[in-house]
Design a protein around this ligand. Structure first.
Ligand code: ATP
Length: 203
């Protein structure tokens, strides 16, 4: 029997917001394990909507991580907690239970996080780093990224892209990444899903 090597599959999806024309009509998407798929489309074409639909009820469980623009939400067993307040980065990161300490240290170092940062005083980019760290603590099987590197400086962004690539190559994880910043992604992505057909190029 042939093994089904698909980690994300959408077949014939229809979707419209109330009272609006459909954003997706007979939409199909198939992504293999280990792929890094870029979602490309103009503003308002439906990238965020698609990622949120994919995240669905699994939003935040261990196997599937969604990292989006909102700072009020985070993922993993941390659930939904604010990322602003008079508490430290250490309090947030070490508050997540059941995490492999080696993976945690690697992420803290990779994202250059100072554990003493007070979350109500950090910059946008520093807060984003903590958000990303929280979202990556659990080893995901599928990672959905929505413009999540937008506040990062160039070095941090490239380091993170390398980390994602390694996660795909070593663990067979799958990444779907919606972004308008294509610098450094030419050789990073393995698949492309482009509006309006939204098909990956392997199909
Ligand atoms: N909660 C909502 N209710 C109604 N309409 C919405 C809602 N969220 C988004 N839309 C509309 O759906 C369309 C797609 O929005 P979406 O955020 O998915 O696009 P996007 O491709 O991620 O855009 P961008 O590149 O600007 O981030 C837009 O026209 C938007 O106005």
């Amino acid at each position: 029997m042939e093994e089904d090597l698909t980690s994300v599959r959408v077949s014939g999806m229809q979707f419209a917001y109330d009272g609006q024309p459909p954003l997706f009509v007979e939409f199909n998407l198939k992504i293999s394990p280990g792929s890094r798929c870029l979602l490309v489309g103009s503003n308002g074409s439906g990238k965020t909507t698609l990622l949120k639909i994919l995240a669905g009820k699994h939003y935040g469980c261990g196997d599937l991580s969604y990292l989006g623009g909102s700072w009020s939400k985070t993922v993993g067993s941390a659930g939904e907690i604010p990322l602003q307040g008079d508490f430290s980065a250490e309090h947030m990161i070490f508050g997540v239970e059941g995490i492999d300490p080696v993976r945690r240290e690697k992420l803290i170092e990779l994202l250059d996080i100072d554990l003493q940062w007070r979350m109500h005083k950090v910059s946008d980019g520093q807060r984003r780093r903590v958000q990303i760290c929280m979202g990556l603590l659990h080893p995901f099987q599928v990672l959905l990224l929505d413009e999540v590197t937008v506040d990062l400086d160039v070095v941090a962004r490239l380091d993170l892209l390398d980390f994602f690539k390694e996660e795909c190559e070593l663990r067979g994880a799958t990444i779907v990444y919606a972004t308008h910043i294509f610098d450094g992604l030419e050789t990073w992505a393995t698949d492309l899903a482009v509006h309006p057909t939204w098909r990956d190029k392997e199909d």
